[in-house]
Design a protein around this ligand. Structure first.
Ligand SMILES: Cc1ncc(C[n+]2csc(CCOP(=O)(O)OP(=O)(O)O)c2C)c(N)n1
Ligand SMILES: [Mg+2]
Length: 787
């Protein structure tokens, strides 16, 4: 009984936090709020079976669960609501995410995994509905690997024999998303311990169930997944969200099935409510009927739990009132502590700048303007950092002529604030641990007389074989990767050698292949997830962009997923097998490294580099390079290539041409032809687009040639636009240009089919020649008359 009452108290406290939270937003103390009211009781029941070592991938309604497992305090909950940019105050996101985005810290201060079997782990939430599902699949899949893969037995700080459940939560309406269906199907196929709870409150914001779900019920709609004596599948459980005892019993049942048998469970919690409506952006009276609103009051899970406790005669009404009072007071106090900590933090800078402005006023420079700026600053009701920063930046404009103490101190403050605000808002895009990919230096490829000349794909195969032999944490999966060793045979024979769990076929499901990789990497393994063609990466792009690329950033270094996405692109055939959408990747995947090697030896070097690092990456192999002959380095498993260091493929003096990937060969051919006409080209392979030429070697080349051409297979203004920004603006190469910068790209449309389609859609050797020649002709028409 004590436990029941303590659960009740927690439910009340959590509810109170939701109610207060909403008020805080309406008082202007926070920007936006979304709360877990109406879902408390089920979450407390789920928390009872959630053990150390388990993982959660959920969504914004899960505050009560996070309180119940002891991984979130009410004070931290409010700190996130206020956007308190301190890791201590908000360990999930350091104020970077809106409220309701939960995460625990998987890494210590050095960026190294803690003992994940001794902590209750929540992977970091994202807002896009169902976006947690691909990652959830991976978290569950890791348990299967740890249980079934003999080479992983010694990794006892990552798993206890795969006994860990991956708990998912999702709203009823979000089960309409493709990601949900894809992940659920894959979990049924893989038979992994994924326990997915659907919090069903009959609505998705204003839209009722009949618009979302066939048969008005996700468990009914998915009933064909139910396992039986002869077929594997899911266990499907339904239970009411207000029924405390039934929930506890059902979760215990689900726990055993999932944890022991590794059978996925769909746990459908029905008849939930949303007492305050969806979020602070609007009221639910606009779209719920009077009857529905009344029903929600009647069936509120806390109200019904109270009735049940009293009905069972556990305590007297006064006693339960006292418990409620205590729970509410506790929430209020936590809110007050959080607000005080937050405002104290912000006010420190406000006070500093105010004092400096007062000094400026005493110094008598632009007194009137500075006074106005100061008054605006001190009058701000709910202070934010931007007000202080704005005041300082506006004030410095008026102090430029002075040389007094105020100016010196304000400049100093601005400098410090820039560093602090970088840390608050812009740090941790890429790994800053010792395993950062940028710390992996160069180990030269070694060749001897006996180094064989073989197909490019065999170079990769040797690299992957060495990686799998070297590190038990390495594994690869994707469509056709297992039995045949991928469509280009980079993994040929390696499943046979290393086993089915290390080189593995998957269904056709790009989004959850990536999710599988994310989850597995979050749990300490080193997956290579293959997307068969770069063109099909678009199916996985939401998960790459919303989840993987920003994982490290949104947890401010609390979680990492060093996943390598292996894919192939650039030239081959037609609209969907020749993609080179590098600009799209550059725009959406900051936080990942994007590597575009020109041949398979370079690719192998980059795989070796990334396997040593804890950053996520995409490696785009050249589709047309698998059958080209390359020499196999003697140290195929060891040589590494540093990121962000271009290769100069050809020295020249008239014009610098920067390119990457399959275009390297075409540009080299053009450079040879241009040489015959007296034009000397310096050809540079950028090799990696993120990071891009970190030592500014392209600038050095331009200082010599004074002309620049960027060439690739992306659309006009795609990755060539990015490179131009990097070189002209960031590196400052515009100082040294004698001609306009030029790009050679594909046409604006996708490439047409067959050799002619390729020739007329993608940039070809003649295109490169003509553009470079025209550039030289413009500069020196006498030497290079127009063609
Ligand atoms: C991909 C995506 N589309 C739309 C939204 C906007 N949105 C946020 S919550 C929500 C409704 C979700 O309803 P449900 O899954 O039932 O969860 P509930 O809020 O009811 O618990 C929508 C449409 C979003 N966050 N992500
Ligand atoms: Mg809903």
């Amino acid at each position: 009984m004590k436990e029941i009452l303590s659960d009740y108290r927690l439910a009340v406290e959590s509810r109170e936090a939701s109610l207060i939270g909403r008020r805080e937003v309406f008082m202007g103390k926070a920007k936006f709020g979304i709360f877990g009211d109406g879902k408390e009781v089920a979450q407390i029941a789920m928390a009872k079976v959630f053990r150390k070592g388990d993982f959660r991938a959920g969504y914004y309604r899960d505050q009560t669960f996070m309180f119940a497992i002891g991984e979130l305090t009410v004070q931290q909950y409010f700190a996130q609501l206020y956007a308190h940019t301190s890791l201590e105050a908000d360990p999930a996101s350091a104020g970077r995410l809106m409220n309701g985005h939960y995460a625990t810290r998987f890494l210590n201060d050095q960026g190294v995994f803690v003992d994940l079997t001794k902590t209750k782990n929540s992977s970091a939430d994202i807002s896009p509905t169902a976006g947690q599902m691909p990652r959830l699949l991976g978290l569950a899949y890791a348990s299967k690997l740890f249980r079934d893969s003999p080479v992983l037995k010694d990794f006892t700080t990552l798993s206890t024999n795969g006994n860990e459940i991956a708990f998912g939560t999702i709203g009823n309406a979000s089960t309409s998303e493709g990601m949900f269906f894809e992940a659920v199907n894959a979990a049924g196929v893989l038979q992994v311990p994924m326990l997915i709870s659907v919090w069903d409150d009959d609505y998705g914001i204003s839209v009722p169930q009949e618009y979302h779900t066939t048969k008005l019920s996700i468990s009914k709609a998915l009933s064909g997944l139910q396992r039986n004596e002869t077929e594997k599948g899911f266990e499907i459980i339904t239970v009411k969200g207000w029924d405390y005892m039934a929930l506890i019993e059902a979760y215990q049942r689900a726990d055993v099935i999932c944890r022991e048998e590794h059978v996925p469970v769909l746990f459908h919690v029905q008849e939930m409510t949303q007492p305050q409506g969806h979020s602070t952006s609007g009221s639910h009276e606009r779209y719920k009927s009077k009857e529905r609103l009344e029903w929600e009051v009647e069936n509120d899970c806390i109200r019904r739990m109270r009735q049940w406790i009293l009905g069972e005669g556990m305590v007297l009404p006064e006693e339960i009132d006292a418990i409620e009072k205590e729970g509410k007071a506790s929430a209020r106090q936590a809110k007050e502590r959080a607000w005080k900590a937050f405002t104290n933090d912000v006010k420190k800078d406000q006070n500093k700048v105010t004092a400096i402005l007062e000094t400026a006023i005493r110094e008598g420079i632009h007194t009137e303007e500075i006074l106005r700026i100061k008054n605006d600053l001190v009058r701000a009701i709910n202070p934010t950092r931007l007000e202080t920063m704005r005041a300082a930046r506006k004030a410095i404009r008026f102090l430029v002529t002075g040389n007094g103490e105020a100016r010196t101190r304000l400049l100093e403050w601005l400098k410090e604030a820039e560093i602090d605000n970088f840390d608050r808002y812009s740090s941790h895009v890429y790994s800053i641990s010792t395993e950062s990919a940028l710390n992996v230096g160069r180990v030269e490829a070694v060749y001897s007389d006996s180094s064989p000349l073989i197909d490019g794909r065999e170079v990769l195969q040797a690299c992957f074989d060495a990686a799998l032999s070297r590190d038990p944490r390495v594994l690869a999966f994707g469509e056709d990767v297992g039995k045949i060793g991928d469509v280009n045979q980079g993994f040929a024979g390696l499943q046979k050698k290393h086993g089915e769990l290390r080189v593995t076929d998957t269904g056709i499901r790009e989004c959850t292949i990536v999710g599988q990789g994310i989850g597995v990497a979050l749990r300490g393994l080193k997956p290579i997830a293959e997307i068969q063609y770069l063109d099909y990466l678009i199916y996985a792009l939401p998960t790459l962009s919303d989840d993987l690329a920003c994982l490290y950033y949104r947890t401010k270094g609390g979680q990492k997923a060093p996943l390598i996405v292996r894919t192939r692109g650039h030239r081959l055939e037609g609209v969907w097998h020749a993609g080179s959408q590098v600009g799209m990747l550059l725009s959406s995947l900051r936080g990942m490294y994007i590597i575009s090697p020109r041949n398979m030896t370079q690719a192998a070097g980059f795989y070796n580099t990334m396997l040593k690092s804890d950053d996520p990456s995409i490696i785009i192999e050249c589709l047309n390079g698998y059958r080209l002959k390359e020499r196999l380095p003697d140290n195929i498993g060891e040589f590494t290539i540093p990121l962000g260091v271009p290769d100069i493929l050809r020295q020249g003096t008239d014009v610098t041409i920067v390119t990457y990937g399959s275009m390297c060969r075409i540009v080299m051919e053009a450079a040879e032809d241009l040489e015959q006409f007296g034009i000397s080209c310096e050809v540079i392979d950028a090799q990696t687009l993120l990071p891009f030429d970190i030592h500014h070697s392209i600038l050095e080349s331009i200082k010599k040639t004074n002309r620049i051409v960027f060439a690739d297979e992306d659309v006009p203004g795609g990755a060539t636009g990015f490179m131009m920004h990097k070189v002209l603006e960031e590196q400052g190469a515009y100082h040294y240009l004698d001609s306009k910068p030029v790009t050679v790209t594909a046409k604006e449309h996708r490439p047409a089919y067959a050799s002619d389609g390729d020739y007329f859609s993608k940039p070809n050797e003649e295109d490169v020649f003509d553009k470079v020649y025209a550039l030289m002709s413009e500069a020196d028409p006498l030497r290079f008359p127009g063609l």
